[in-house]
Design a protein. Structure first.
Length: 546
């Protein structure tokens, strides 16, 4: 038995989720469902990042409090994840007392262990707004690639930055050039972990290639100490005298949410957070699921914080996807060039969205979402292949065998095919190679359809009813096992199959259903989407663009 920890990235609660962000989060739920069906102990947590500068900026623009913005989008996120079938053991938020206390405890532990020190620095200050500017409130030219960047990180080349690194700086609030003023902050001695993190990264297994490359680049350039406090009014209080007007910097605070959520889950359920976190505990595997832009925080910053606090398990598997574009162009929230998750959920089945984002998502390279591909994917694969196999098999039994599974059993050939499929697709899922896993399973779906066509049960029933029943029994057994294998990916349709055949919860092993099992309340798994929707959706997308 292995204890599987899965940490899903924490979306900023400053605006609706779009499909590009969802694509980076969905692998976490696939992993959680898979490992649970395999019988492992799983703890899958995440939450809304309510303290980030984007939340404060959005509040400023709307003339409301950051808490109002955080409330609105946290509730929206939680509802979206629920409708999409995400099985978080806890989905929480960073503006809760529980999280604040954990972050402050970790801060004090790092201070006690000698990894925090005070330093007076020149910090960007806006004379117009009369305030020190958080890093994300500062924009300027990246010194590495020359593109416009924020004061904490460049989205184009992924370089970690400080506002002082930028040229042509402007204040995000008013647009005026800021000045610099002295202020005192605590710094985290990240540079002291250079050797340890280099060895950790060298021995890492199960990291996506982008994580290996980017982490190697950061380590090669040399780790720099980073400020862990900021002159802010929104966030976690610094638990040290003389720092009452400052907050703990969000880059140290947000990643600590993985631990605070685990402890909160334990407090609420009586579970053992230590089983998933305490170094020295046997059989822990920790997965972290996020987008490319979050790699350094999960492979450098978070491991350093865990090492600094002491006795806590480091990340094992880094599941970091690339970027998804939309109709050939980069997602842009400011230009409203996005497919928003609440909108698409109102019009399409959650399994259609889940399937597309896994089968066509940016797992290893940048990919594109287009309405044409999305609708053809639904009609061709989900409806045309999987839905067709299930419907024509069970409808035939319903009509010709009084709705009862006929006598028969899985042939040795098909038994071997299915057993190998469990092993091979399971190994791929554990490596984070979800696209390959679902492709492999759908190869079996198409093979099963071919078997149905070759056996011609519509002709068999006229010549040899027993042989026809045997064919249909094999098809039912294949469907039962496909409902196990596809459950992590498209859980809603697999749940319907379990209702049709009165099946137990999914397990990751060969399963059979007995003859004479009555089919219950059969209905179509998927409806065809009219291809006229392609033009309609594309037109709506263009109209919403600002």
């Amino acid at each position: 038995m292995t204890n599987i920890f899965i940490g899903g990235a924490w979306p900023y609660a400053n605006g609706s989720l779009h499909l590009g962000r969802l694509a980076s989060l969905l692998p976490g739920d696939v992993l959680a469902r898979y490992f649970r069906s395999k019988g492992e102990d799983v703890l899958y947590v995440s939450g809304s990042d309510c303290h980030g500068t984007p939340v404060a900026v959005q509040a400023l623009q709307e003339g409301v409090s950051p808490g109002d913005i955080a409330d609105r989008f946290h509730l929206e996120f939680a509802e979206c994840f629920k409708q999409l079938g995400f099985t978080y053991d806890l989905y929480t938020r960073t503006d809760q007392v529980f999280h604040h206390q954990l972050v402050q405890e970790m801060f004090l532990q790092l201070l006690k262990n000698g990894y925090l020190y005070k330093k007076t620095i020149q910090q960007t200050y806006c004379e117009t707004d009369q305030r020190f500017l958080p890093d994300r409130y500062v924009e300027g030219t990246c010194p590495v690639c020359g593109n416009r960047a924020r004061g904490d990180q460049c989205d184009y080349c992924s370089t970690l930055l400080d506002p002082a690194d930028l040229s042509d700086k402007t204040c995000k609030i008013c647009g005026n050039p800021p000045i610099e003023r002295p202020t005192e902050h605590y710094y985290f001695a990240l540079s002291r972990f250079q050797a340890e993190l280099s060895e950790y990264a060298k021995q890492a297994q199960g990291w996506k290639e982008n994580a290996v490359q980017l982490t190697g680049r950061y380590l090669k350039e040399g780790l720099q100490d980073r400020a862990v406090t900021r002159d802010l009014t929104w966030g976690v209080d610094v638990p040290v005298d003389g720092f009452e007007e400052k907050k703990i910097y969000v880059w140290i605070e947000a990643v600590s949410g993985y631990l605070s959520a685990s402890k909160q889950w334990a407090a609420e359920t009586g579970g053992s957070w230590e089983s998933f976190w305490k170094e020295g505990k046997e059989n822990i595997t920790a997965y972290y699921v996020h987008g490319k832009d979050n790699i350094p925080f999960h492979t450098v910053v978070w491991p350093a914080l865990l090492l600094g606090a002491g006795g806590l398990h480091l990340p094992d598997r880094i599941i970091s996807c690339e970027y998804m574009t939309l109709e050939g162009k980069k997602f842009s929230t400011s230009s409203n060039w996005a497919v928003w998750v609440p909108d698409i959920m109102r019009r399409y089945q959650p399994d259609s969205i889940r399937y597309f984002l896994i089968a066509n998502g940016p797992e290893n390279r940048d990919t594109d979402f287009s309405w044409r591909e999305f609708i053809h994917s639904h009609n061709g694969e989900l409806l045309g292949a999987f839905g067709n196999l299930v419907n024509r098999t069970l409808a035939f039994i319903d009509k010709s065998f009084e709705g009862c599974v006929p006598e028969g059993n899985l042939s040795e050939e098909w038994k071997k095919i299915m057993e190998e499929l469990y092993l091979e697709s399971g190994a791929l899922i554990e490596e984070g190679r979800l696209k390959e896993a679902i492709d492999l399973i759908f190869t079996c779906v198409r093979r099963a359809n071919k078997f149905f066509d070759e056996q011609k049960p519509w002709a068999q029933i006229k010549e040899n009813r027993e042989a026809c029943g045997y064919t249909l029994n094999i098809c039912v057994q294949i469907i039962v096992n496909l409902s196990n294998l596809l459950h992590p990916f498209i859980p809603f349709s697999c749940e319907e199959i379990r209702k049709f055949l009165t099946l137990e919860q999914p397990v990751w092993r060969l399963t059979t259903v007995p003859a004479n099992r009555k089919i219950q309340n059969l209905k179509l798994l998927f409806q065809r989407i009219d291809i006229s929707q392609i033009e309609e959706e594309t037109s709506l997308l263009e109209k919403q663009k600002l």
